[in-house]
Ligand binder design. Structure first.
Ligand code: PRX
Length: 615
């Protein structure tokens, strides 16, 4: 598969690995630059073909079509801007932007010169950014004045300014103008994207070069860091490397979606998440595809937005999340009426388990029963898809991710790490999902703390990569992902750690302690349910709840605000002080009957109190 890419020098060895340390080296000895694969190698044949088609938030605004040759020009120009501002190979550049083409230029510009990008989703707060900047020891930021999302303007630069209070490391902030919101610009630190780009262009023109040479990278040099939540309170910086990630995203893009040259691919994710990295930017571009990038949200100005985009650009592959499908379902069929979706050939879903009702709606109303749906299971840590049917090649099974990609070896294990071999009454194997051996897109380390990577993913079960998910396997070898088995929630496809939310709630001045669990939510998949103990004399009213919500929005971001807050006088704890989340989860799910064994609790009476007042 790696032969399908352009390498400056090919590998000496394909793979060396052990999961003990862990150490995984793919394509050792190989030299490359991923942008030569995403841009340069297409220029001759596809130079005038669109690489990125950009659909603005406001449908009245002008569309932008970025051809491969234009992409080349802009990426080289921005790479020169980075150089001019002192960025060198290996430096960390934090990118906090809305979904504008400049975000793609920024990402690829970093890759061009070997700087490590770390994109932060626009829904994270200043505090979250500050933590990530510190963890990555980032010295450079690329941002926008603001971002448009539906009816809202998000003041990105102002949030960055808050994140930088007390920060002594960041040297330069490059600000792209999108919303023309007034922003503060600090002399010596903050510079305008437009000015910098103009200057870089004049340099490039003066030197008569069309293409800025790409920096040669080792296959296992880091390409980017992307922060994601785990079961601890602190997000981890997942590190992906140049060679393996490139091969895995390109290979899975072509095979899962059965992409054919000339097709238009529309992945509705945000580049702030791994799905956007892999299937808006790197995967499609490395294969010379046309990638649609959408600035807005599916329900603004109305719930027909996706269908208008599909029609407008004759989209062939539509890749979205179950939460978006469920949300659009709730608007009924009106928004779909008179929309021409005949260009669609393949549909995809990702991010969370898809319920059968949503699957059938997607199949019937969007695919008109004739477009295969690929249910792609993967994670930030896996770089690209690991389990999925291949569109039109292997059969789909509603709400099942089905078979592993060729090259992937999943295994189900029990609590002790023994491989599950005994099917249950329904003929299913049931266990925790692990992977036996590395694939090229596997996480290499957690930034700045390799031991954390080992502990999190490779220590639970010896010699296996542990995904954190539970799964079923049928007699034909198909996998159905049942959800996380650790304390991680999946809210509207966003991954959020319960410990993170608890930490944020506990920061509120009136809060003594809290416990957070998930509960089934019609649209979001999972909602956030918080049980909160407050200080004596606190008025436990809606105002107190709103203050807690505001605190969480400040500490993590609006995406982590609990859907329900229940004030309680105590939490169900064991004698050793451990919170019995199993019980809280059942209460949050609306279970009123049997809550299982509560005899080991320090104060079993608390359970009835919580249950009686459940929301
Ligand atoms: O629980 C699984 C769920 O999303 C988790 C990974 O989240 P994140 O790293 O944010 O990446 C999301 C996009 C790749 C997984 O551990 N998940 C992802 N895809 C599916 C899924 N659950 C069920 N079915 C899927 N297709």
């Amino acid at each position: 598969m790696a032969e399908n890419f352009y390498w400056r020098k090919k590998w000496d060895r394909v793979l060396e690995w052990n999961f003990r340390e862990p150490k995984v080296e793919w394509f050792k000895g190989a030299k490359l630059n991923i942008t030569e694969n995403c841009i340069d190698r297409h220029l001759e044949e596809l130079g005038e073909k669109p690489a990125i088609i950009w659909e603005p938030n406001n449908p009245e605004e002008r569309t932008r079509v970025v051809t491969y040759s234009r992409l080349n020009k802009r990426v080289c120009q921005f790479a020169q801007v980075l150089i001019n501002n002192g960025v060198k190979k290996g430096d960390r550049v934090c990118i906090y932007m809305g979904m504008v083409p400049e975000l793609a230029y920024a990402v690829l510009g970093c890759a061009r010169i070997g700087a490590i990008h770390s994109v932060i989703f626009g829904g994270f707060s200043a505090q979250s950014i500050a933590d990530r900047l510190y963890d990555a020891q980032a010295e450079y930021i690329v941002t926008c004045d603001g971002a448009y999302r539906g009816g809202k303007d998000i003041p990105l630069k102002s949030i960055i300014d808050d994140a930088l209070i007390g920060n002594r490391l960041v040297k330069k902030v490059i600000v792209y103008t999108r919303t023309r919101t007034p922003v503060s610009m600090l002399k010596g630190r903050d510079v305008w994207w437009e000015d910098e780009m103009d200057y870089a262009l004049s340099q490039i023109e003066r030197n008569n070069i069309v293409t800025l040479p790409a920096v040669e990278m080792d296959a296992d040099d880091p390409l980017f860091i992307l922060y994601t939540s785990g079961s601890t309170g602190k997000p981890k910086g997942v590190v992906h490397t140049c060679g393996g990630y490139m091969v895995w995203t390109g290979y899975t893009f072509v095979n899962v979606f059965q992409y054919k040259p000339g097709e238009v691919h529309f992945c509705t994710a945000d580049i702030g998440w791994i799905t956007g990295h892999s299937y808006i930017v790197y995967g499609p571009l490395s294969m010379g595809a046309t990638s649609v990038m959408f600035e807005g949200i599916p329900t603004w100005p109305d719930a027909g937005r996706f269908w208008d985009i599909v029609n407008k650009y004759k989209v062939n592959i539509l890749y979205t999340a179950p939460t978006a499908i469920r949300s659009l379902m709730s608007y009924g069929l009106d928004p779909l009426r008179d929309k021409d979706l005949s260009s669609l050939k393949v549909l995809g879903t990702v991010g969370e388990p898809i319920n059968e009702e949503a699957w059938h709606w997607y199949d019937r109303e969007v695919g008109k029963g004739s477009s295969p749906i690929v249910d792609t299971w993967w994670q930030t840590e896996t770089g690209g898809v690991l389990i999925s049917n291949l569109a039109g090649v292997t059969p789909a099974k509603p709400s099942w991710a089905t078979l592993p990609m060729p090259g992937v070896q999943p295994v189900l294990v029990d609590e002790r790490g023994e491989e599950v071999t005994e099917p249950d009454e329904e003929g299913m194997l049931k266990g925790n999902l692990c992977i036996k051996a590395p694939w090229p897109g596997i996480i290499r380390t957690t930034y700045g703390d390799h031991e954390r990577c080992r502990k999190n993913y490779f220590a639970t079960y010896e010699n296996y990569y542990f995904t954190g998910d539970g799964a079923l396997k049928d007699a034909q070898g198909n996998f159905r992902i049942t959800g996380r088995v650790d304390d991680v929630l999946n809210v509207s496809g966003h991954r959020i750690g319960t410990a993170e939310v608890e930490n944020a709630i506990n920061m509120h001045t009136n809060v003594v302690e809290s416990a957070v669990v998930g509960f089934p939510h019609q649209i979001k998949g999972q909602g956030i349910y918080a049980f909160v103990i407050t200080e004596k004399n606190t008025h436990e009213d809606d105002r107190a709840k709103n203050d807690i919500l505001e605190t969480v929005a400040r500490i993590i971001g609006p995406i982590a605000k609990p859907d329900k807050i229940q004030f309680v006088s105590g939490l169900p704890k064991t004698r050793s002080g451990k919170i019995m989340r199993r019980i809280l989860r059942k209460i949050a799910e609306g279970e009123t009957g049997n809550l299982g064994d509560t005899s080991t609790l320090l104060d079993p009476g608390i359970v009835d109190e919580i249950k009686n007042k459940a929301l």
